[in-house]
Design a protein around this ligand. Structure first.
Ligand code: DC
Length: 219
């Protein structure tokens, strides 16, 4: 199952809960782009240097545990990949085609080994798994998305978070390689006025409709 959408659309929480409900694993692909960004900052490589960053991506030893722990080349980067320094530079790292090639290949391998799963990101339905059982595009209005993010992060006020989200939206939607957009045929849900539980419920119903053999676990 493929879930895409902009920052603050609710996709991480929804993807995690949906995966639990249907008894499969979940992959946060944004955390992979953030991990490459962490590696580039940690080693003093300019995030804008496409060749150097792509090399780092290819060599990166990445371990992502189900509990959210992320080890990048053996270093615990769980907190830092969500920090402001990584968040500022991640769209630049994610714009390099060779970095995307490497991470897309790892994402396909991840799903192949498990016989499927729920993947969330920006290009899952358009590029990574266009033939997924369920392709979803989650959206929400910019004010709601900024309020959600501001509620999650400490030390940053609403205006700073709103400006960062607007900047990343523009970069992610306008980059040349695999920009964020709704995949043709994707189920689009505006989550602005829905609770997480309502969105998950809707998706569990959709999975049941397209894959009656999937045995969603009861809540
Ligand atoms: O979902 P997130 O905010 O953690 O993602 C961080 C950045 O990674 C986001 O600004 C764009 C990029 N990204 C991407 O280009 N493709 C993906 N599949 C996932 C994330």
């Amino acid at each position: 199952m493929a879930i895409d959408g902009p920052a603050g659309s609710g996709k991480s929480t929804v993807a995690k809960m949906l995966a639990e409900r249907i008894g499969v694993q979940y992959l946060d692909t944004g955390a992979m782009y953030r991990s490459v960004t962490f590696a580039s900052i940690a080693t003093g490589v300019d995030p804008a240097d496409a060749n150097e960053v792509a090399q780092l991506a290819r060599r990166m030893d990445l371990q992502m545990d189900e509990d959210g722990t992320v080890l990048v080349n053996g270093v615990d980067a769980t907190t830092q990949i969500r920090g402001p320094e990584v968040t500022r530079a991640v769209s630049s790292v994610a714009s390099h085609p060779a970095v995307r090639r490497e991470l897309v290949s790892r994402q396909r391998e991840w799903a192949r080994r498990r016989g499927g799963g729920v993947l969330e990101g920006r290009d899952i339905g358009t590029v990574v798994f266009p033939d997924a059982t369920l392709v979803v595009y989650l959206n929400a209005n910019p004010e709601v998305r900024a309020s959600r993010r501001a509620g999650e992060v400490q030390d940053l006020d609403y205006d700073t978070v709103a400006a960062d989200i607007a900047r990343r939206d523009a970069l992610d939607q306008n980059r040349e390689t695999d920009p964020l957009k709704r995949a043709a045929g994707a189920l689009e849900i505006d989550t602005s006025w829905l609770t997480i539980e309502e969105v998950v419920e809707l998706l569990v119903d959709e999975v049941r409709a397209v894959r009656p053999d999937a045995r969603p676990l009861e809540p």
